[in-house]
Ligand binder design. Structure first.
Ligand SMILES: *[C@@H]1O[C@H](CO)[C@@H](O)[C@H](O)[C@H]1NC(C)=O
Ligand SMILES: *[C@@H]1O[C@H](CO)[C@@H](O)[C@H](O)[C@H]1NC(C)=O
Length: 787
């Protein structure tokens, strides 16, 4: 009861109290703000900027900050440069002697703006500058002098000035990258060696030896002021849009320095647009020292001109919440074991052709054959990777640095892995013995030049090869202990308040009913799980933690949970555009562009569930009702991780078949093991639905449920009547090559034989056009379809 009262107090009365303290937009000495959800910040006179606490998305932490208050995403432009994240209940107070003082709920001081003697008031200016004014209207402190990661118009950086990136989008701890105006007159971008301030070689330089100041003028132009009144424009002349815009320049957590603009008047879907950025391709920068744009062993690639880091097969993220961080190898070369003499017995390679690690070499051999290059690495206990190209061989050591995606290098990268990590006994019949595996991988590169028949066989073999390697790497993960993360926990009573007593039902899912709720200023979706989950006691927390650790653009993010008595609820981000099912089969046929974008998004999300997270997740119920669309029509997979939880807690009576008619892979009905390939099957059906805008079950007659759409897809494909399959969708037919690729990938995914189905990673790469798809065989060779 006391807690509820406290909550009511915080929600309703405190903001009033605080508002009362703030008159004429000046903040009186003695005023304070508490870090909770419904706090009224200190606003600038026109209301453009706010000073206060912002809750960090998906966490129970707050950051003391200045943000744009009029735009929906409330972009943060300032935060204290040290320890900026504090727990709920922390407080910032404007004091006479010590200026702004930030303290934690226990009253311990976390940060202060400094010691002053004669503070009169504080002021959130419409420029975005929070100012402390002394008696006699003297400015004694301003946030502009202690920048976070952002510079605003009217700000000037003198020689010696620096702004630091944050660690990640949601972690405001100081990150690796810096923008500095050096004493020698050069403006540079560089990474630094945490925890020191040692700066690695810069990856951008203005090449000016006489710049005195970096100026961001009121109209939004950024330039360097040089000696004799000369200027070097950073914002290209004429690049600024005409009209009323916000401007900012931020050094991103990925190291890219970007100037953005955003319309001040909000019409429809407005967002930050890019004016210019440096460097052009950060993936291709980097020196011998440091890790490069991404962490050690990580690989950087540009996706829609945004640098994106991805651990490769054989590696997984050291800190799963930090995709730009280091990757740990699933096996580390070591010379301590007695294995020097039988390297070829113990190790094998995974081959890549589109990746380069230009540094980390310790040996360079020339001339040498590919076979000798491989042999040399296999027999060398120090060697982690061998790179081969035109009679040259480089041996590399862990950690690998400066990894980048690069299709132009014409080299083969062989990544070593330990054979003993792969499972024994599950070798499919036509694979012979394990030794064949390496040759299979190498055969993969021959694919393009051989006949169709051979190709089919090869694809099968390569699929199986991937499958085995995949299993090999996953097995290690499963045995690892789970780390505890802090998913915010809510009591049932709190969720009653959040959802106004479960008033607004959003929909019924497979695992429970979903209600709309509001936490702070965010709309959320609260899922009340079925009774079946009540039994899952111990597993519940473990699984929830596993689910909370998965962060991906194409997965619905878990924001919190409740396990109060018998009540089990999950809190997810709210998806304003509803389910894919409604979108696809509604009155308006979505455009092909939207559909194909959604298809690729789902593939990426699934690929991440299968290979990207610490514990592999099989979804088991992929269907359009379980795909949600956010405001920008990004597809996000919902309900992952729940099937497993239900299976762990299921009573003995449960038959164990999971999924939905029309999307269930055939192996559920056979005595074969259930693998990630069941999701690939369901995805295939879904992809065919996305292509054709038709439901997989066109009719359900009596006791025969047939996924008719797959038959229809195969018939259309075989007869060359793709136009019939998309019902003469001219936009899709205009994009014939991609359309055909999508259809072929769909048909590969719904192969009755799970081993023939590609991995989601291969699916993603094919849909994005990175790898070529070959003709799929008939998906249902064994069943008599037209009996
Ligand atoms: C607010 O910004 C304006 C424009 O730069 C400036 O003239 C004014 O002095 C500032 N107010 C305070 C209190 O610093
Ligand atoms: C933010 O990053 C720092 C540095 O890696 C880490 O120590 C800290 O735990 C992170 N904080 C959160 C809330 O994730």
């Amino acid at each position: 009861m006391a807690r509820v009262l406290y909550y009511v107090f915080l929600t309703f009365f405190l903001p009033l109290l605080i508002a009362a303290q703030q008159t004429n937009n000046s903040v009186a000495v003695g005023a304070s703000l508490i870090a909770t959800d419904n706090i009224v910040p200190w606003l600038s006179p026109a209301g453009d900027f706010a000073f206060g606490f912002q809750r960090i998305n998906g966490q129970n932490l707050f950051v003391l900050s200045v943000w744009y208050d009029k735009i929906p995403d409330k972009t943060i432009i300032w935060y204290p440069d040290t320890n900026p994240m504090v727990p709920r209940g922390s407080k910032v107070e404007l004091t006479n002697e010590r200026g702004l003082v930030l303290s934690d709920p226990q009253g311990r001081e976390v940060w202060t703006s400094g010691n002053f003697s004669d503070l009169a008031y504080g002021f959130m200016n419409d420029t975005g500058n929070f100012v402390l004014v002394g008696n006699g209207s003297r400015k004694i402190w301003e946030s502009f002098s202690f920048m976070g990661d952002t510079i605003l118009p009217t700000q000037v950086m003198a020689r010696g000035g620096v702004i630091n990136s944050r660690k990640s989008e949601t972690n405001f701890t100081r990150g690796r990258f810096q923008l500095r105006l050096l004493q020698d007159g050069n403006l540079v971008l560089n990474a630094r060696a945490i925890p020191s301030y040692y700066a690695y070689k810069s990856y951008y330089s203005s090449n000016t030896s006489d710049a005195e100041q970096l100026i961001f003028d009121t109209s939004g132009y950024m330039y360097l002021m040089r000696r004799n009144d000369r200027r070097l424009d950073l914002t290209p002349r004429g690049a600024l849009p005409l009209g009323d815009y916000y401007h900012r320049a931020t050094i991103g957590f990925d190291g890219v320095f970007t100037q953005y603009y955003h319309p001040k008047t909000l019409t429809g879907n407005t967002s930050w647009e890019v004016i210019w950025f440096e460097p052009e391709n950060i993936c291709k920068t980097g020196d011998v020292e440091g890790s490069g744009a991404c962490g050690f062993n990580n690989v950087c690639g540009l996706v829609n001109s945004t640098p994106t880091c991805e651990c490769q097969q054989g590696f997984s993220l050291l800190d799963p919440s930090d995709p730009n961080g280091d990757c740990k190898p699933d096996f580390t070369p070591s010379c301590s074991e007695d294995e020097e003499n039988n390297g070829e017995e113990m190790f094998d390679f995974i081959e890549f052709t589109d990746i380069d690690w230009p540094s980390s070499d310790y040996m360079h051999m020339i001339p040498i054959s590919e076979q000798e290059c491989q042999k040399s690495c296999l027999e060398d206990c120090l060697c982690a990777v061998a790179v081969y190209g035109s009679n040259e061989c480089w041996k590399k050591k862990i950690p690998l640095s400066n990894g980048r995606k690069d299709n132009s290098v014409n080299k083969k990268v062989f990544l070593k892995f330990r054979k003993s990590d792969s499972p024994s006994g599950s070798v499919p019949p036509f694979l012979g013995n394990k030794k064949d595996k390496r040759s299979l991988i190498i055969l993969g590169s021959v694919l393009v030049s051989t006949s169709m028949f051979v190709n089919v066989i090869l694809i099968v073999a390569v699929c199986v090869g991937f499958f085995l390697i995949h299993k090999a790497t996953k097995n290690i993960h499963l045995s690892r202990n789970t780390i505890d993360t802090n998913v915010p926990h809510y009591t049932y009573q709190e969720l009653v308040e959040v959802t106004s007593d479960f008033k607004d039902e959003l929909g019924k899912g497979a695992f429970g009913i979903v209600y709309k709720g509001v936490i702070g200023t965010n709309i959320v979706a609260v899922k009340k799980l079925d009774r079946a989950f009540q039994d899952a006691d111990k597993e519940f927390k473990t699984e929830i933690n596993a689910i909370a650790r998965t962060h991906h653009k194409n997965l619905v993010q878990l924001l919190g949970y409740c396990d109060d008595g018998e009540q089990r609820l999950l809190i997810y981000e709210y998806m304003s555009n509803g389910t894919l099912s409604d979108f696809l089969f509604g009155d308006m046929r979505p455009t092909w562009k939207q559909r194909s974008y959604i298809g690729v998004g789902i593939a990426k999300g699934l690929s991440y569930l299968h290979e990207g997270c610490t514990t592999q997740v099989i979804h088991c119920d992929i269907k359009p009702q379980n795909i949600l669309l956010d405001e920008y029509y990004n597809a996000k997979i919902a309900d992952f991780g729940l099937a497993k939880l239900l299976m762990m807690s299921a009573s003995a009576t449960s038959t164990g078949i999971r999924g939905t008619k029309g999307y269930i892979a055939p192996e559920w009905f056979r005595n074969t093991p259930i693998t990630v390939k069941v999701d690939v099957y369901s995805f295939g059906v879904l992809l065919l639905e996305i292509i054709s805008c038709r439901k997989s079950l066109l009719f359900e007659s009596g006791n025969e449920d047939r996924a008719i759409l797959t038959d229809w897809a195969w018939d259309c494909y075989k007869e060359g009547r793709i136009d019939a399959f998309v019902e003469n969708d001219l936009e899709a037919l205009d994009d014939y090559k991609n359309l055909t690729t999508f259809l072929m990938v769909g048909l590969w995914c719904v192969q009755e034989n799970p081993l023939l189905r590609p991995t989601m990673r291969m699916v993603t790469q094919s849909l994005e056009g990175v790898i070529e798809v070959i003709e799929p065989p008939c998906p249902f060779p064994s069943s008599a379809r037209y009996s």
